[in-house]
Design a protein around this ligand. Structure first.
Ligand SMILES: C[S@@+](CC[C@H](N)C(=O)[O-])C[C@H]1O[C@@H](n2cnc3c(N)ncnc32)[C@H](O)[C@@H]1O
Length: 441
């Protein structure tokens, strides 16, 4: 049985909203002999220590050093494989139970949005909430008599901003979690029931009486796409948005920067070098697996720790983005090191833009990067396995690939490939590396 850790019981280091994990999947006794697993879908390994396989392949799992990556064998080739892509070769009849698992994990997902914890966190995030308020306020003239859909309204904050700061004809506030029952009360309590209609249900399933002029939603997750609520927005756009209608946010970008992370590295890895005068370095490979396999959510990078200027690696246009594009999104980067230091990893954050409907009006931007007010998303840190010294003038180029999990639809793997070209003569001329980070499967 897969064990999901949702926000209600996660650690502060993990996602703000959704942090399913794969721990404790195997309850059976481990007698040390290899176990046979079947691939649920294909996987293309990156780097020399991962193996590729196709859907239906039978793999022998020799060891499970972490909940995400197992050590397995296929046709005589041995290497790491992502655990979430494998299932036990169930006897007939048992398989049915497995197939019943919801790849969207909606019970857990909407269950967590049915409690106050996440709404408190989101509403306490002033930069986020004020950005939406500013969008409504600065477009209040254009919103007059418009039909608005607030997809995933939660407590209804954006719908209430619309009703109080503008004069739309109606706002359809759609919410799948049980919070919708309270949202109705909040709408009434604030005297907005003439304008705001709360509809409880999944946006994909609800029926609206009409098409809408404006589709607004706060769907962004860690590293922009995690949770993949964006899919619901794209489907609603195609079904409910009038020709020429507006989507807020209208575009989104993911930004990356090569960085130092001295204190995190010291806390999780260098610690094992000489605690209490003893050599604990044999634990370092374990530390790497345990602390550096997944990205670190909730990282707050100091502007000083950026080794280069940041660079946008993905740009999504919410009008043209298609659901199928989400399966694999690739970006490229080319950085020029500005100051010598130690490259511990890469940090990512996102920015979204809300186009203005007013003539000559300025777009509103919500930037979650280190040069803006911190938001509850903070930033996402991807640690390399080994730090690399870099020097001013070096170039770091490469690619980033966000690959959506083919089974667990709210999850993805981020693969970074980098190439460091040193400008100094006394160091290796070129260093390349690849690392894949499951979020969370
Ligand atoms: C990030 S929260 C934003 C809540 C609120 N709009 C705000 O800004 O505070 C996303 C909300 O969307 C809801 N949601 C996610 N996917 C949905 C879907 N497909 N249909 C309806 N509601 C959805 C969640 O239950 C959650 O309350």
């Amino acid at each position: 049985m897969f064990n999901l850790i949702f926000p209600g019981n996660q650690t502060a280091d993990e996602s703000k909203r959704l942090s399913p994990d794969t721990q404790a999947e195997e309850e059976e006794e481990d007698d040390g002999s290899p176990e046979e697993y079947v691939a649920r879908s294909g996987f293309t390994g990156s780097g020399s220590d991962q193996i590729s396989f196709s859907s239906g392949d039978r793999l022998l799992v020799h060891a499970k050093p972490s909940s995400q990556w197992w050590w397995a064998e296929l046709r005589g080739v041995i290497g790491y494989v992502p655990a979430g892509y494998l299932r036990k070769d169930a006897a007939e009849g048992e398989e049915e139970e497995e197939e019943e698992e919801d790849p969207w994990q909606d019970d857990e997902y909407f269950g967590s949005y049915g409690t106050l914890r996440l709404h408190l966190e989101m509403l306490s995030d002033k930069s986020r909430t004020e950005a939406y308020r500013q969008v409504i306020l600065s477009n209040c003239a254009s919103l007059r008599n418009k039909v608005v859909m607030d997809l995933g309204c939660g407590t209804g904050i954006i719908s209430l901003f619309c009703a109080q700061l503008a004069q739309p004809s109606v706002v359809y506030a759609v919410e799948a979690s049980s919070m919708a029952e309270y949202t109705r009360q909040l709408v009434k309590q604030n005297g907005c029931e003439e304008v705001v209609t709360v509809l409880q249900g999944r946006a994909e399933e609800i029926e609206l009486p009409e098409q809408v002029d404006v589709l607004v939603s706060e769907w962004m997750g860690n590293c922009l796409l995690f949770e993949f609520m964006v899919e619901s927005v794209l489907l609603a756009r195609d079904r409910w948005l009038k020709e020429g209608g507006v989507i807020w946010p209208s575009s989104a970008a993911l930004t990356l920067v090569p960085c130092q992370a001295d204190s995190y590295y010291a806390e999780k890895m260098a610690f094992w070098e000489r605690p209490y005068g003893l050599d604990f370095t044999p634990l370092q490979p374990l530390a790497q697996q345990e602390f550096f396999t997944k990205p670190k959510f909730s990282h707050l990078i100091e502007p000083n720790d950026c080794l280069t200027a940041p660079c946008d690696v993905l740009n999504l246009d919410m009008y043209t983005l298609q659901v199928q594009d989400l399966e694999e999104i690739k970006g490229q980067f080319h950085f020029c090191v500005e100051k010598s230091g130690v490259l511990h990893g890469f940090t990512a954050w996102f920015t979204v833009h809300f186009e203005s409907l007013e003539t000559g009006g300025a777009a509103v931007e919500l930037n979650t990067g280190p040069n803006s007010e911190p938001t509850h998303w903070k930033q996402t840190l991807f640690m390399l396995d080994r730090p690399v010294s870099v020097y001013a003038g070096d170039s770091i180029s490469g690619t980033i690939v966000l690959r959506r999990n083919p089974i667990w639809r709210r999850h993805m793997t981020v693969t970074l490939h980098w190439n460091i070209n040193s400008c100094t003569e006394d160091t290796d001329n070129c260093q390349v590396g690849t690392k894949s980070f499951p979020m969370w499967r």
